[in-house]
Design a protein around this ligand. Structure first.
Ligand code: ZN
Length: 233
């Protein structure tokens, strides 16, 4: 089975549309989402509507949770908080109810899907390095845990160092961000898992970054939220 794993769309419809078009060319059987569907960008309603039609399931991200009042907004920085307040007013009841219904974690076929971290997923911890990844490896029993949250794509081998992804060992994999990459590559990022071939890859997709930036500025959202898309930071 070929599974496309998307995370951190952040209301960037231009990026999401480009990624879904790319997915359509790759014989993907299923699409799943690791959360942060909204927050930062200018098209929250459109992203929720498009995504919920395409995914088998999604889990809750911290921005989604803040928008539907399932987590405190005070822990976010000023720009993020501005976007969260704005987003909460823009969502229709349907989108809001769907976001509010999302689980923190999904475990399926030996794979775990969470937004931030396997230990205490509602605590929104960040996993940037191998040490943190291996520490978190003790808190799930599945073979692979997929996360987003940092917006930085990474593959961490849990039970040994320095090997490429294979179908037998344990891994923690960050699939990167569709709508606001932070690894200095502005292209949209997502993960593709092939359970038959035993392979995983990060895919990068060009999209109309200036269109997404223009929409953010037109809505009066913080300028930095537009500028960071061009820089991939
Ligand atoms: Zn995010």
């Amino acid at each position: 089975m070929r599974l496309a794993i998307l995370s951190d769309i952040h209301s960037n419809l231009d990026a999401l549309t480009a990624v879904l078009e790319d997915i359509d060319t790759r014989g993907v059987d299923e699409v799943v989402c690791l959360g942060d569907i909204v927050g930062y960008g200018a098209e929250p309603r459109e992203c929720v509507a498009l995504l919920r039609e395409r995914v088998s399931f999604a889990v809750l991200g911290n921005h989604d949770a803040a928008v539907v009042d399932r987590t405190e907004r005070e822990f976010f920085n000023a720009h993020a908080r501005t976007a969260i307040h704005w987003t909460a007013q823009r969502l229709d009841e349907h989108s809001r109810a769907w976001l509010a219904s999302l689980p923190y974690r999904v475990s399926r076929d030996g794979l775990l899907f969470v937004h931030s971290a396997p230990r205490n997923p509602e605590g929104w911890e960040y996993i940037f390095g191998g040490f943190e990844a291996r520490r978190h490896g003790k808190y799930f029993y599945e073979r692979v845990c997929f996360v987003g949250h940092t917006h930085v794509p990474a593959v961490f081998a849990l039970d040994h160092d320095g090997v490429a992804y294979d179908a037998t060992h344990r891994f923690l994999i960050n699939v990167g961000s569709v709508g606001q990459p932070r690894d200095e590559d502005p292209r949209a990022c997502y993960g593709l898992l092939d359970t038959v071939a035993g392979s995983f890859e990060h895919l990068r997709v060009e999209y109309d970054v200036s269109s997404a930036m223009r929409k953010i500025l037109a809505e009066g959202l913080p300028r930095r939220l537009a500028e960071r898309l061009a820089a991939g930071t």
